[in-house]
Design a binder for this molecule. Structure first.
Ligand code: FAD
Length: 400
C-alpha cells in the first residue's frame, strides 16, 4: 500500500532534517528517508572529526527551528575573530564579529551534534514520518512523485527533495547534469591539542599548494582541516605522529604552543560539484546534492541551510501545487546563481594558491596572489555570514 504526504525528503543530514522540520512547523506533512542512525551523544565522548564552522545566519535558522538551545546544551564553541595569513605571515586578513554586527563570527560544532538535535526534533514532530530506509527509485508523474524505498514500500507526494549528499542518488536518477572538478587534493582532518587559551580565534594559513585551518573546539583543542596535494596528504597520513606534529608546528610558527595529536587522522578527497539545474517538475535538490564546495572557507553546510531557507520561503508563499515547476523555479533562480558565485570565488582562491602554473607561481608572489583572491571572497563571506540581508528569507533572520 502507498501513503501520501505533501513532501518526501531523501536524506536526513543537516539540509534534509532542517528542511523537514521547517516545513512541518508550517503545517506540511513530510516523509524523511534516511538510512543512517547516529550514535547518541555523551559529553564524555571525545570530539568527532567532522565539524563545521557555522555562520550567524545558519545559527539564526537553527534558533528559528527551536534546536539551537539543544545544540548549546550538548557541545559547541563560538569564536569572534579569524586570522587568515599567507606563507610569509605578512599578508594577513582578519575577520571580526563586529564587522557583521554580531558578538560571534561563527560557531564550531560537530556535524553529529547538529544532526542529532535536528533529527530528534523532526522525529518528535507529529507532521513528520521518519523512515530508516533508502530511496531506491522514483518516477516524477503529472500528479505525484512516486518514490520507492529499499524494501519496495511506495510513498507518494507532491514534491520529492533530494537532500542526499554529494553523491546524490536522486540527482543521478533524475539525470541532472553535473559540473565536476577534481581538485586533486585531500583534506586531512584531526583533533589537535594546543596551549590553553591560544586557540580562541579561528586561524588559517595559505601556503603554496596547501591551506591549513585551526578551528577552536575548546580553549585547548582545535579541529584542523589541512587541504593539500594527494601525494603530500598520503605522506602526512602515514608519517609518524612526531613528524606530523613537527610539520604542523612549523606551519603555525609555534603560535599555538606545543601541539599534541588527540585523534586519528582522516582524509577526504576534494571536489567542486554543481548541478546544472536544481529543479524539475516535482523535484528539487538542496545542500550537497546540488553543490559541493572546497572546504577552505567552511561554507558547505552554510550554503545548504541557505538553500533550505529559500526553498521553504518559496513553498510556503505559494498556493499552487508544491511540485509545480513555476513555483520551484523561483527557488532555483535565487539559489543557483548565488551558489555558483560562491563556488567560483572559492575556486579562484583555490587555483591561486594551488596552481603550479609557472606564470602564477613565478610572476607573482604568493602574498600578492593571496590578497588578490581573498579580498573579494572576504566581502562575499561577510555578506553571507550575516542573516540581516534585506532580502533574506525569514528563517535566516535573527530569532525573535
Ligand atoms: C573536510 C571538510 C570540512 C568541512 N567543513 C565545513 C565547515 O567548516 N562549514 C561548513 O558549512 N561546511 C563544511 N563542510 C561541508 C559540509 O560538511 C557539507 O556541506 C554538509 O555536511 C552537507 O550536508 P547535507 O545534508 O547536504 O549532506 P550530507 O551530510 O551528505 O547528508 C546526506 C544524507 O543523505 C543520506 N542518503 C544518501 N543516499 C541516500 C538515499 N539513496 N536515500 C536516502 N538517504 C540517503 C545520507 O545517509 C546522509 O545522511 C566540510 C566538508 C569537508 C569534506
Amino acid at each position: 500500500m502507498s501513503s501520501r504526504t505533501d513532501i518526501i525528503i531523501a536524506g536526513g543530514g543537516m539540509a534534509g532534517a532542517s528542511l523537514a522540520l521547517a516545513l512541518a512547523q508550517a503545517g506540511k506533512t513530510v516523509a524523511v528517508i534516511e538510512p543512517n542512525t547516529l550514535m547518541d551523544f555523551d559529553k564524555q565522548q571525545s570530539f568527532d572529526l567532522r565539524v563545521s564552522a557555522i555562520s550567524p545566519a545558519s545559527r539564526n535558522l537553527l534558533q528559528n527551528l527551536g534546536v539551537w538551545q539543544d545544540i548549546v546544551s550538548m557541545r559547541f564553541n563560538s569564536f569572534s575573530t579569524m586570522l587568515v595569513e599567507d606563507a610569509a605571515g605578512s599578508n594577513v586578513l582578519d575577520f571580526s564579529a563586529a564587522e557583521i554586527g554580531e558578538t560571534s563570527l561563527g560557531y564550531i560544532i560537530e556535524n553529529r551534534v547538529i544532526s542529532l538535535c535536528l533529527r530528534a526534533a523532526a522525529k518528535a514532530h507529529p507532521q513528520i514520518n521518519w523512515y530508516e530506509n533508502v530511496v531506491s527509485g522514483f518516477s516524477l508523474e503529472q500528479e505525484d512523485a512516486i518514490v520507492t524505498l529499499g524494501e519496495g514500500k511506495v510513498l507518494l507526494a507532491q514534491l520529492l527533495v533530494g537532500a542526499d549528499g554529494a553523491n546524490s542518488f536522486v540527482r543521478q536518477h533524475a539525470n541532472v547534469e553535473l559540473d565536476e572538478t577534481d581538485y586533486q587534493q585531500q583534506a586531512i582532518v584531526a583533533l589537535i591539542g594546543v596551549h590553553p587559551e591560544s586557540a580562541l580565534q579561528a586561524w588559517q594559513r595559505f601556503e603554496e599548494q596547501e591551506v591549513l585551518a585551526f578551528l577552536p573546539l575548546t580553549a585547548d583543542v582545535s579541529s584542523i582541516v589541512w587541504s593539500t596535494t594527494e601525494e603530500r596528504a598520503t605522506q602526512l597520513l602515514e608519517s609518524k605522529e612526531q613528524a606530523f606534529l613537527s610539520e604542523l608546528q612549523r606551519l603555525t610558527s609555534d603560535q599555538f604552543g606545543q601541539l599534541t595529536l588527540r585523534s586519528e587522522r582522516k582524509t577526504f578527497p576534494l571536489y567542486g560539484r554543481h548541478a546544472a539545474h536544481y529543479v524539475q517538475p516535482r523535484l528539487a535538490l538542496v545542500g550537497d546534492a546540488a553543490h559541493s564546495v572546497h572546504p577552505l572557507a567552511g561554507q558547505g553546510a552554510n550554503l545548504g541551510f541557505m538553500d533550505v531557507a529559500e526553498l521553504v520561503r518559496v513553498l510556503l508563499n505559494s498556493d499552487r501545487d508544491l511540485g509545480s515547476l513555476h513555483v520551484l523555479k523561483k527557488y532555483q533562480r535565487k539559489r543557483l546563481g548565488e551558489n555558483a558565485l560562491m563556488l567560483r570565488s572559492l575556486e579562484a582562491v583555490q587555483q591561486l594558491y594551488a596552481s603550479d602554473n609557472p606564470l602564477l607561481t613565478q610572476v607573482r608572489s604568493l602574498g600578492t596572489r593571496f590578497l588578490s583572491g581573498f579580498k573579494p571572497l572576504k566581502a562575499l563571506l561577510i555578506q553571507h555570514a550575516s542573516g540581516n540581508l534585506p532580502d533574506a528569507p525569514e528563517l535566516l533572520k535573527p530569532f525573535r
